[in-house]
Every structure is written in structure tokens, then in C-alpha cells.
Design a protein around this ligand. Structure first.
Ligand code: NAD
Ligand code: ZN
Length: 345
């Protein structure tokens, strides 16, 4: 089968011919139909300091995907051959304190497909059956292939927040930020201010339902106007850029909530006294998707047609054109980039 492989400790990917994975008794073999390309894949492609510290080549990359179950192990009862699925890409131990208290998204034993073991940019992937997630008939393989980053956005937008009627600031309109804009809209937020430095991405945020899409320099005024000077109830921090993180703390209202998804590239200084403590705010660190409350919420929003991410997918490539997919992400001109891995065969 074809697989996009991180072959060694240098820049780049190689499309190789490799054996179809074998499955264990508790695993399923999935024929991949669509697969989302993510910033993490760019880090692995570029072989930056994070990738060097974390990844052990050779392995197949890719962690966002959908497909059709082709084979099931002898112990599998929850999934059948022919099922249309996506999957939670974080494989957790199921036994630790966190897993057993409903917090598997922060299991210390987590292994991520396409990072710590073979991933989804291939004709087939082996997954534990317990990670497979059935797609509704109405949900396309393309949308199935982006459940992982959409789930990040659902987790950030909905966990511990009360969005009906709320005023929301989304800092950073990359793929996950623009999903979050659409989710906040679907969840009934009354005002959604989106900020980014990139005009293409601000246009996407408008398409996804932002009531105002502005540059960081304009964000304070937009928040003042939308909240009569109070500040927003909720900030969804989707950039990881220190200036945006400070702005999140500055523009949330006293007693509000800042949901932090974006990952700063290096340590940064925060004035906890003025930015956090005396504002009485709650800060929530987002890791992946909650298992499986986030998946249930996401499925229900999609099934009802309340949230439609289609407009966020701006580029689709076959696996052979992987270099163009990486370039599209790096250009900053893309929303979500996906691979169409296989059609009906
Ligand atoms: P992305 O890099 O495509 O998006 C970030 C956006 O922030 C870009 O559009 C950029 O132009 C914008 N930006 C830059 N400076 C800004 C500023 N001062 N104010 C507002 N916006 C600004 O990334 P993405 O794929 O959408 O992911 C978003 C973030 O989430 C990244 O930091 C990523 O590493 C992180 N992430 C976290 C998790 C998690 O589990 N916590 C999972 C996936 C991704
Ligand atoms: Zn665990």
C-alpha cells in the first residue's frame, strides 16, 4: 500500500510502498478515504526541535482521518466490516487514575497515531476498535476526516462555558479557530468577535459566522463596542501567540473564562496578579478532545445540521501531491487542507 513516511531525522516526507498493517485481536483495519493535514504534520515534515524530541522515524504520518472498516480482530464486537468511521487518534491506557475518572484526554500514557505510531496518510491504518467512531450517513468522508481538529474546537468552545447568549472572542482564525467561530454561532453566542493578522483567514471567519472579524489592533475596540465596555464572557484562544494570549486576558470580562488551545512556541511571561487573579477569571487548558463527551456533542451538532464545517475546507489533494499540501498550509492562505486518499474501490 501507499504510505506517506517520515523516513529519517531530516526534513521532508517520502511516499513509499509498505506492507498493509497487521491488526491485533482488539483492533480494526480501516481503508482510509480522507485525511486532514495539520500543523503538527508540518512540524514533523520540517523536523523542528519539537519533532526531534518526540518522534522516532521511520513511521507513517497523519492523525486526522475517515474511512471504511475492512477487517476486524477476533475480539471486536462494536465495529463491523463496511462501517464508515473516523477515530480518536489519542490511544490511552484505559487503566490509570485519569482514564478511570473520565479524563482520558490527559492520560499520561497517551500514544498519538502519526506521531508515536503509524498514522493515517496511507491506504490503510490499524486502530484499536475502542477508538473507532461511527459516522452518521449524512456526514461525508471529507468531514469525517477532520473530526480531530473540529473536536479540538468543540472541546475548547463548549467545555465549562455557557455559550447561549454569550459574547465570545476567538483569537486566531486558523482551521481550529474558524471551526470554533461556527460552533459558537451554532451554540447560540450573541456576539462572536474573531481576530487574526491574516485577511484570508478573517474572511473565512466571517463566512463561518463571526459578527466581527478584525485585526489584533482593532480587537479591543470591537470588544468594547459589542459588550458596552464590559469585556467578553468567553475567550477561545486559538493562536498560541503571546500577544494574543495577553489580549485574551485583557479583553475577557471580570469573572469570565479563557479557554486556551493555542500552544506558545516557548515559555512566556504572564502577570498573574493583574491578568488572572484580580480579574477573577477561570483559565482552562485544552488537550485534544474529551473522550467521549466531545465526540458525542460534535456528532449531535453535525447530525442536526446545526454546524457545517464545509466552508472551512479550502484545499483537497491526492497523497501524491503531499508537497503542495504542506506548502498550502505554510502559505497561510488555506483554511483546512485535506488528502483524498482513496475513492470507491
Ligand atoms: P494556525 O497556526 O493555522 O492558526 C493560528 C492563527 O493565529 C493563524 O491564522 C495566525 O495568523 C493567527 N495569529 C497570529 N498572531 C495573532 C494575533 N496576535 N492575534 C490573533 N491571531 C493571531 O493553527 P491551528 O491549526 O488552527 O491551531 C491553532 C493552535 O492550536 C496552534 O497553536 C496549535 O499548535 C494548537 N493546537 C492545540 C491543540 C491542543 O490540544 N491544545 C491541538 C491542536 C492544535
Ligand atoms: Zn490512562
Amino acid at each position: 500500500m501507499r504510505a506517506l513516511v517520515k523516513a529519517g531525522p531530516t526534513e521532508g516526507f517520502e511516499l513509499r510502498d509498505v506492507p498493509v498493517p497487521t491488526i491485533r485481536e482488539d483492533e480494526v483495519l480501516i481503508r482510509v478515504r480522507a485525511a486532514g493535514v495539520c500543523g503538527t504534520d508540518v512540524h514533523i515534515h520540517d523536523w523542528d526541535a519539537w519533532a526531534q524530541g518526540r518522534c522516532r522515524p521511520p513511521f507513517t504520518v497523519g492523525h486526522e482521518f475517515s474511512g471504511v472498516v475492512e477487517r476486524v480482530g477476533g475480539l471486536v464486537t462494536s465495529v463491523q466490516v463496511g462501517d464508515r468511521v473516523t477515530a480518536e487518534g489519542h490511544i490511552v491506557c484505559g487503566r490509570c487514575h485519569l482514564c478511570r475518572t473520565g479524563n482520558a484526554h490527559v492520560c499520561p500514557e497517551t500514544k498519538i497515531i502519526g506521531v508515536d505510531r503509524d498514522g493515517a496518510f496511507a491506504d490503510y491504518i490499524a486502530m484499536p476498535a475502542s477508538n473507532a467512531w461511527h459516522l452518521d450517513p449524512a456526514v461525508s468522508f471529507a468531514i469525517g476526516g477532520i473530526h480531530d481538529p473540529m473536536g479540538n474546537a468543540f472541546h475548547t468552545a463548549l467545555h465549562g462555558t455557557q455559550l447561549p447568549g454569550a459574547t465570545v472572542l476567538v483569537t486566531g482564525c486558523g482551521p481550529i479557530g474558524i471551526f470554533a467561530v461556527g460552533i459558537a454561532k451554532a451554540a447560540g453566542a450573541s456576539a462572536i468577535i474573531a481576530s487574526d493578522v491574516n485577511p484570508t483567514r478573517l474572511a473565512l471567519a466571517r463566512r463561518m459566522g463571526a459578527t466581527a472579524a478584525v485585526t489584533p489592533a482593532e480587537a479591543a475596540e470591537a470588544v468594547r463596542a459589542a459588550t458596552h465596555g464590559l469585556g467578553v464572557d468567553v475567550v477561545l484562544e486559538m493562536s498560541g501567540v503571546p500577544a494574543a494570549i495577553h489580549q485574551a486576558f485583557a479583553l475577557v470580562r471580570v469573572g469570565g473564562r479563557v479557554q486556551m488551545l493555542g500552544i506558545p512556541a516557548k515559555p512566556m511571561e504572564v502577570d498573574f496578579a493583574t491578568e488572572v487573579i484580580f480579574k477573577g477569571i477561570t483559565v482552562y487548558g485544552v488537550v485534544g478532545r474529551r473522550m467521549y463527551d466531545t465526540w458525542i456533542e460534535m456528532t449531535q451538532f453535525l447530525r442536526a445540521g446545526q454546524f457545517d464545517p464545509t466552508a472551512a475546507i479550502t484545499h483537497t489533494f491526492p497523497l501524491e501531491r503531499h508537497a503542495e499540501a504542506i506548502a498550502a498550509i505554510k502559505s497561510g492562505e488555506a483554511g483546512k487542507v485535506i488528502f483524498e486518499v482513496s475513492g470507491d474501490r
